[in-house]
Design a binder for this molecule. Structure first.
Ligand code: PGA
Length: 250
């Protein structure tokens, strides 16, 4: 059975005190018997305290990014080893904001994925088309290329540590969501290209999350689709009640 996952990408939000407050509220409000894996991704400077605060809970902590090099003269950057050394072993790679604002290319992302896996980290790999791609009906092509360029050089064994996150760029932070049917159509397509490349065992076990304006009032319908295994949540992850409601909607 595929792992169900709800991950909160906090982006550049929440200072140290706010991070602790939100984590405490999540610990209070998340049902302890939830089978869904719950992940939060606070900003770098709050990761260590997030790891401490969640130690005896089932909340897991992820980084929002990392550098591809092992270390060295890369001012302002964070390495996989640094993340691992504070107990973070999940990393989001390829978020559309990293691709758009920080010019991260498919080749660079493939490099980051390789480094993260070398350090036994789990990668939440994000990809998705822009509105112009959908309007020119090239969205399937774009998504296939992002997957091929980012991940299809990996050996089969690497896939145990890969989570896919399909995030149509036009739905991120816009309040506009893909319909459950659009999400299912793309997730099914993604699973099929993974199947063609790597076979059914990997295709049927890799979790594919949907991201883009998931809220408590649309989560249940999106998550009810057979190839949607959870969500990567931005705005709604910043409010404990909303995030808990979304985690409970799977
Ligand atoms: P959103 O962000 O839920 O605010 O649309 C999703 C994401 O960027 O992962």
């Amino acid at each position: 059975m595929r792992q169900k996952i709800v991950a909160g990408n906090w982006k550049m939000n929440k200072n140290s005190e706010e991070t602790e407050d939100l984590i405490n509220e999540l610990i209070d409000k998340l049902p302890t018997d939830l089978e869904t894996t719950v992940i939060i991704a606070p900003t770098f400077v709050n990761l260590a305290s997030a790891v401490d605060h969640t130690e005896f809970t089932h909340i897991r902590v992820a980084a929002q990014n990392m550098h591809q090099a092992e270390g060295g003269a890369f001012t302002g950057e964070i390495s996989a080893d640094m993340l691992k050394s504070i107990g973070v072993d999940i990393v989001i790679i390829g978020h559309s904001e990293r691709r758009a604002y920080f010019h991260e290319t498919d080749a660079l992302l493939a490099n980051k994925v390789e480094t993260a896996l070398k350090h036994d980290m789990t990668v939440i790999f994000c990809f998705g088309e822009e509105l112009k791609d959908r309007s020119t009906k090239s969205h399937f092509n774009i998504v296939e290329n992002q997957l091929r360029d980012g991940l299809f050089n990996l050996p089969e064994s690497a896939w145990a540590n890969i989570v896919l996150a399909y995030e149509p760029v036009w739905a991120i932070g816009t309040g506009e969501t893909a319909t459950p049917e659009q999400a299912q159509e793309m997730h099914e397509f993604i699973r099929e290209i993974v199947r063609k490349q790597y076979g059914s065992t990997i295709a049927d076990t890799v979790s594919i999350l949907y991201g883009g304006s998931v809220k408590p009032d649309n989560a249940r319908e999106i998550f009810s689709k057979p190839d949607v295994d959870g969500g990567l949540i931005g705005g709604a992850a910043l409010k404990a009640d909303d995030f808990v409601a979304i985690a409970e909607a799977i």
